[in-house]
Design a protein around this ligand. Structure first.
Ligand SMILES: Cc1cc2nc3c(=O)[nH]c(=O)nc-3n(C[C@H](O)[C@H](O)[C@H](O)COP(=O)(O)O)c2cc1C
Length: 271
C-alpha cells in the first residue's frame, strides 16, 4: 500500500491512533524515517496480537470440546474364557503368571491363545496369581478345583518371587505339611530369570522360584506333564520359551485333544 493513497487501510488507522496517542504523551516522531519505523513496529505488533488471540481462542475451543482424558492402557490380563454354564463339561486349563515387567504375563497369554486355537474343546483361563485368591485359604480351596495348571514365574531381587507372586509363594512354601492334597492336579512350570544375576532363577535357599513351586507341587500329589523350563533373559528367553512349548504340546495333545482331532498335529508341526 502506498502512503498517501486515498483509501486508508486499517494499518493506517492504527498508525494514526498510535501517533495521536504518542503526541498526547509528548513524543515527537517528526521525521519520515521514524514514522515508517513506527508503522513497521505496529504491523509486527498487530500480527503478534492476532496470533496470540487466535491461540487463546483455539485453546478454549479445544477445552470446551469435551475431550475425554486419555484412558490408561488396558492391562494385558484377559480371561480367555469365563466359567459359564455352557463351559461345563469342557476341560479347563489355568495359566498362572508371576511377573514384574510382564514377560511372564506375555508368555502366559501367548501360550493360552495358541492353546485355545489348538484345543477348541478346552477352556484356557489366564490368571494373575495374586488375584487368584483374596485370602490364603482360598488358594487351597481354588487349587483343589483345578485339574490342569501352567505356571509362568519370574525371579527378582536377591532371588525372590515377583511382587504379585510373593503371597502365593509364601503360602505355598509354608504349607509343606499339607501332604498330598493336590492329587487331581497336573501341571507344568516355566521359570523366567537372567543368568547375569547372582541368584539366577533362585530364591533364598539357593533354589529356583519355579523349581520350588514345581517340586512342592509334585510333593503335594500333583503330576508333572512336562519338565520345568528355565528361561534365561540374558541368552534369549524367547527361544527358551519356544523350546519349552515344543515339549508341552505333545503332553497337552494327550490330555486335551479329541480323538478325531489328530489331524491338527500336522497343521501345527508345519508352523
Ligand atoms: C531388578 C531386577 C532384578 C532381577 N533379579 C533376578 C534374580 O535375582 N535372578 C534371576 O534369575 N533373574 C533376575 N532378574 C531377571 C528377570 O527375572 C528376567 O528379566 C525376567 O524375564 C523378568 O520377567 P518379567 O518381565 O515377567 O518380570 C532380575 C531383573 C531385574 C530387572
Amino acid at each position: 500500500m502506498q502512503i498517501g493513497s486515498e483509501k486508508a487501510s486499517s494499518l493506517d488507522l492504527l498508525s494514526a491512533v498510535v501517533a495521536s496517542l504518542s503526541d498526547g504523551y509528548g513524543l515527537d516522531y517528526g521525521t519520515g524515517d521514524a514514522f515508517v519505523e513506527n508503522r513497521l513496529l505496529i504491523a509486527v505488533l498487530s500480527i503478534v496480537i492476532v496470533v496470540l488471540v487466535g491461540c487463546v481462542a483455539i485453546f478454549f475451543i479445544w477445552r470446551s470440546s469435551g475431550r475425554k482424558p486419555a484412558e490408561p492402557p488396558k492391562p494385558l490380563v484377559v480371561k480367555t474364557q469365563m466359567d459359564t454354564e455352557e463351559d461345563q463339561g469342557k476341560k479347563k486349563v489355568t495359566v498362572f503368571f508371576g511377573t514384574q515387567t510382564r514377560t511372564a504375563e506375555r508368555f502366559a497369554k501367548a501360550l493360552a491363545e495358541e492353546a485355545k486355537a489348538r484345543y477348541p474343546n478346552a477352556i484356557f483361563k489366564l490368571v494373575d496369581i495374586d488375584e487368584y485368591a483374596t485370602e490364603d485359604d482360598e488358594y487351597e480351596e481354588n487349587l483343589k478345583k483345578e485339574s490342569l495348571a501352567l505356571f509362568f514365574l519370574a525371579t527378582y531381587g536377591d532371588g525372590e518371587p515377583t511382587d504379585n507372586a510373593a503371597r502365593f509363594y509364601k503360602w505355598f512354601t509354608e504349607g509343606k505339611e499339607r501332604g498330598t492334597w493336590l492329587e487331581n492336579l497336573q501341571f507344568g512350570v516355566f521359570s523366567l530369570g537372567n543368568q547375569k544375576y547372582e541368584h539366577f532363577n533362585k530364591v533364598w535357599h539357593d533354589e529356583i522360584v519355579a523349581v520350588v513351586v514345581d517340586e512342592l507341587l509334585h510333593e503335594q500329589g500333583t503330576k508333572h506333564i512336562v519338565q520345568v523350563g528355565l528361561g534365561d533373559d540374558d541368552q534369549g528367553i524367547e527361544d527358551d520359551f519356544s523350546a519349552w512349548r515344543e515339549l508341552l504340546w505333545p503332553e497337552l495333545d494327550k490330555l486335551l485333544q479329541d480323538e478325531n482331532e489328530t489331524g491338527r498335529d500336522a497343521l501345527y508341526k508345519d508352523n
